[in-house]
Structure formats: structure tokens, C-alpha cells
Design a protein around this ligand. Structure first.
Ligand code: MD6
Ligand code: FE
Length: 217
């Protein structure tokens, strides 16, 4: 049988792709769970709506965010922090669905981090033009645990640099169902997302949804 050069159906997950010490891409790892994950996302954001957080400098982020789990990442004029309740409602964040926790545990183990039990999951929605500038995830307190990041919907260009801001980041195209895991020597690596290109995803339309799992304290 000849390979069809015009078939752009992604291939199934094969093996981790090491991008730095302690950092891997698991391409297609979450593709089979994507539908279940997205159904859960719809319920979660009905309870705790996506919103554009204000950063300490005073402008609002282009990425819209919500959270599930016992702790959620929030930002306002006074700074970044983890909070047990949604500032919009004053209620606890919705519980982390079992399918989220199971996927994050399996992905971390595949990357060499056994026993990952996230207690925080940030839900990020990117629409065309939304971006995330280079940053470190350093508000967690528990830096021995990795970050697990699941991409759904439109493709994005993920920027992954070193532990110094001046390290020039490499660029990786992340597709629906791809998972990135970084921990150990890469836990404080600078990373970001380039402005999302226009597109129309069969399931999500003009959106990319990213789930980022952490162990916060
Ligand atoms: C991504 N997201 O969307 C990676 N970090 O592929 C992040 O690194 C991230 O979306 C902190 C807060 C929100 C994020
Ligand atoms: Fe981040």
C-alpha cells in the first residue's frame, strides 16, 4: 500500500519526543480521550466561566481562563496566586474530573514522572490572535512535580526555551490531542504560545483549548 501524501490525518501516539532534559512531547497521546475531555470542559465552564484575567500591570490577558481542582490559578491587579475559590462566584472551583486526573497521571508517567497527582488544572481558551508571552510556571510551590499540558482544537506554536529568559526558545507545532510534559531540570523552563492562527477545527471551530495540570500548594 502506498502512503497518501495528501492524507493529513495525524498518526497515533508512538513514543515520547525529548525536547530538553526532563521535557517531552507526547504527540497524539490524548487523541482518543479528546471527546470525553471536551465534554467535561463544557460542564466545567458552565459552572466556572472562562474569563480574561487582569494582570498586575493592568491589562487583561488574551487567553480566557478557568480552573478545576482544589486550587485554581488566578490573577488580578495585586498579583498571581492559587486560590481555593473562584473569585467570580466565591464558590470552590469545580472538582477535577476523573478522566482529567487519569490522563495527567498516565502522561506524566510516560515522560518519566511517576505518581503525578495534580490538584490544579488550568483551562485555557485561545481564539485566533490570542497568545501567551514567555513565562515560567513558578507559583506552584511544589516544583518537584511536573507540568502536564494538553492541547485540543486548533494548532498552536508552542515556544519552549531554557531556564533563562535570554535562552532563545524553540518552536513546536502542537495539534489536537498532543501533550507536553516538563519537569525536573526543565520545570522552570521559559515557555509560551505564539499568536494563534486563524482556522476552523472540526470539533472546536475557531478555538484552541489547553488543559494545564499542576501540583500546587
Ligand atoms: C499552552 N500554557 O497553552 C501552554 N501557563 O500550551 C501555559 O504555559 C500556561 O496557558 C500559565 C498559565 C496559562 C497557560
Ligand atoms: Fe505556563
Amino acid at each position: 500500500m502506498t502512503a497518501d501524501l495528501f492524507d493529513d490525518t495525524p498518526s497515533p501516539y508512538v513514543t515520547p519526543e525529548v525536547i530538553a532534559p526532563g521535557a517531552v512531547l507526547l504527540r497524539g497521546f490524548a487523541r482518543e480521550q479528546a471527546q470525553a475531555l471536551l465534554q467535561a470542559v463544557e460542564q466545567l465552564i458552565a459552572a466556572a466561566p472562562l474569563r480574561h484575567l487582569v494582570v498586575p500591570g493592568g491589562h487583561s490577558m488574551s487567553v480566557a481562563m478557568s480552573n478545576c481542582g482544589t486550587l485554581g490559578w488566578v490573577s488580578d491587579r495585586s498579583g498571581y496566586r492559587y486560590s481555593a475559590s473562584d473569585p467570580l462566584s466565591g464558590q470552590p472551583w469545580p472538582a477535577m474530573p476523573a478522566c482529567f486526573a487519569e490522563l495527567a497521571l498516565r502522561a506524566a508517567a510516560e515522560a518519566g514522572f511517576n505518581g503525578f497527582k495534580p490538584n490544579a488544572c488550568l483551562i485555557n481558551r485561545y481564539q485566533p490572535g490570542a497568545r501567551l508571552s514567555l513565562h515560567q510556571d513558578r507559583d506552584e510551590g511544589e516544583l518537584s512535580a511536573p507540568i502536564v499540558s494538553v492541547s485540543l482544537g486548533l494548532p498552536a506554536v508552542f515556544l519552549f526555551g531554557g531556564t533563562r529568559r535570554s535562552d532563545n526558545p524553540a518552536r513546536y507545532r502542537l495539534l489536537h490531542g498532543d501533550v507536553a510534559v516538563w519537569g525536573g531540570p526543565s520545570r522552570l523552563a521559559y515557555h509560551g504560545v505564539a499568536p494563534l492562527a486563524e482556522g476552523d477545527h472540526p470539533r472546536l471551530g475557531r478555538q484552541r483549548i489547553n488543559l494545564t495540570f499542576r501540583r500546587a500548594v
